[in-house]
Design a protein around this ligand. Structure first.
Ligand code: 5GP
Ligand code: ZN
Length: 128
């Protein structure tokens, strides 16, 4: 895999010790609910809402601070799979939230880009 590759080759190869690379590789268990060439969606291990799904690039992109124009197709895929998951999980009409946590103040804990999809209850604003 090379830097600056095409849309199916965005990011870096599996990073040893990265839990989400392990899930993508099938080496760690996960409750996977959606898969495309670019992304995989699975249930969060510690859900904070009735529906809590993580939508994750197959390639290891560290976080949202690592994004540039080469990730445009990947970002579109994350949001579109978010829509599909919301529909499949029955929260499309009631509403849902898509979140990237970034850095310490953002509450990021896993260094492999992931989009949280939260739904099934009203979400407070501003968030805590
Ligand atoms: P962050 O805090 O980085 O935005 O979100 C990381 C999320 O990943 C947390 O909600 C946490 O519960 C979830 N998580 C961490 N490790 C695992 C794991 O091994 N499997 C799954 N399914 N979720 C995980
Ligand atoms: Zn990774």
């Amino acid at each position: 895999m090379s830097a600056g590759g095409d849309a199916t080759d965005v990011g870096r190869a599996a990073v040893p010790g990265c839990p989400f690379c392990g899930i993508v590789a099938g080496e760690l268990p996960a409750r996977v609910i959606w898969e495309t060439d670019l992304v995989i969606a699975f249930r969060d291990i510690a859900p904070v809402a009735p529906v809590h799904v993580l939508i994750v690039p197959r390639a290891h992109v560290p976080d949202a601070l690592s994004l540039d124009a080469s990730h445009a197709a990947l970002l579109a895929e994350l949001a579109i799979v978010g829509r599909r998951v919301a529909e499949a999980e029955g929260v499309a009409s009631s509403g849902y939230r898509l979140v990237f946590n970034v850095g310490e103040d953002g509450g990021n804990t896993v260094s492999h880009l992931h989009l949280h999809l939260l739904g099934g209850r009203p979400m407070a604003w501003p968030p805590g």
